[in-house]
Design a protein around this ligand. Structure first.
Ligand SMILES: NC(=O)c1ccc[n+]([C@@H]2O[C@H](COP(=O)([O-])OP(=O)(O)OC[C@H]3O[C@@H](n4cnc5c(N)ncnc54)[C@H](OP(=O)(O)O)[C@@H]3O)[C@@H](O)[C@H]2O)c1
Length: 312
């Protein structure tokens, strides 16, 4: 398949690309900078220069493809305080790609998230649809992003083989610079490895090589309108994560009171206390996907997360 991938140069994308190439697909990657274009070329990807805001280019690239995997997101904008702006750009991009693919039965997969889908319960692929509850806990931008995921599923009725991949908050692995690396950076800076309250709240997790394989399987065979969960660890208590970090950094493991979470954990304070276990049973049954990489705690124990100083 000739696959157009946005965000091909990112953390998830740079695992999805070799997964696709090794399976014999051809990849065209969107690149907004010379550096990203060079990285994609080195990875064996044909480069489509442009940004998420270049809607005509997105449309043309989607039109010329056999399917699209949309992973780009303006994290730089979102994390500088304009999540709504990032979510709005994402919606416009998905609408544009959806228009290009309408009536063709070609696949469109987008990255979505698991946090907030069914707080305090084990979220299944069937949860978080048809109401505004999923993103509402976090305010406007995340709500808009959740609506974009639901919009993507609705494209199934317009002849798009659309699916959403609800990624766990941590897609861990060597080179990760996301939530877990940030948590380690905070522990280094504060001299303690913290969790919120009793730390019993659970986070789902997956190794990024396993999530990349799910994107490939979904591209090849997910039915239109599928919700996919690349979940390997159903729910790792955050206290267990803090304990591994404390052991590797040789710092005390401490509880942080919920009222002090924002000060201690900065922007992660709003996420770290969420209880968000999730199941992937239906995804495994649908696609035959099984994770093969180390779980989160085992991956942390491999030591690569602790070999370099990470600052926040
Ligand atoms: N990583 C996780 O654990 C996780 C968890 C839940 C959901 N997700 C979602 O999964 C998707 C991929 O995440 P990721 O971790 O791979 O993110 P990432 O490492 O930050 O990569 C983001 C990608 O988007 C591209 N991009 C950003 N702004 C762009 C713009 N204006 N125009 C074109 N491309 C642009 C980046 O290009 P450059 O290379 O030029 O920067 C990069 O390729 C995102 O939607 C993310 O929110 C990720």
């Amino acid at each position: 398949m000739r696959v157009f991938v946005t965000g091909a140069s990112g953390w998830i994308g740079s695992a999805v690309v070799p997964e696709l190439l090794e399976a014999g697909h051809q990849v065209i990657g969107l690149a907004r900078s010379d550096a990203s274009a060079a990285a994609l070329t080195d990875a064996g990807v044909e480069v489509q220069r442009g940004s998420l805001d270049d809607l005509d280019q997105l449309r043309a690239a989607a039109d010329a493809s056999d399917g699209v995997i949309h992973l780009a997101f303006k994290h730089d904008l979102a994390f500088s305080g304009d999540f709504q702006g990032a979510a709005d750009a994402d919606r416009r991009a998905v609408e544009t790609i959806g228009e290009a693919l309408a009536g063709s039965d070609r696949p469109l997969m987008i990255a979505s998230g698991l946090l907030g889908v069914a707080p305090g319960q084990v979220a299944t692929e069937q949860d978080g649809h048809g109401s505004h509850a999923a993103g509402a806990a976090f305010g406007g931008g995340p709500q808009a992003r959740w609506e974009t995921a639901e919009f993507t599923l609705s494209l199934a009725s317009q002849g798009v083989r659309s699916s959403i991949v609800r990624l766990p908050p941590t897609n861990h692995g060597d080179g990760d610079n996301g939530f877990i690396a940030t948590l380690i950076g905070i522990a280094r800076e504060k001299g303690v490895s913290g969790y919120i309250g009793d730390g019993a709240n659970r986070w789902p997790a997956v190794h990024r090589l396993d999530s990349a394989r799910l994107f490939r399987l979904g591209l090849e065979k997910a039915p239109a309108g599928s919700t996919l969960h690349p979940v390997a660890d159903e729910g790792v208590p955050v206290r267990d994560i803090a304990e591994v970090i404390g052991r590797h950094l040789e710092v005390p493991v401490v509880s942080v009171a919920p009222e002090n979470a924002a000060e201690h954990f900065t922007w992660m304070g709003g996420f770290l206390g969420l209880d968000a276990p999730a199941s992937s049973r239906l995804t495994r049954e649908l696609l035959g996907w099984e994770p093969t990489q180390p779980g989160l705690i085992a991956d942390l124990d491999e030591g690569h997360y602790f070999q370099q100083a990470v600052t926040v």
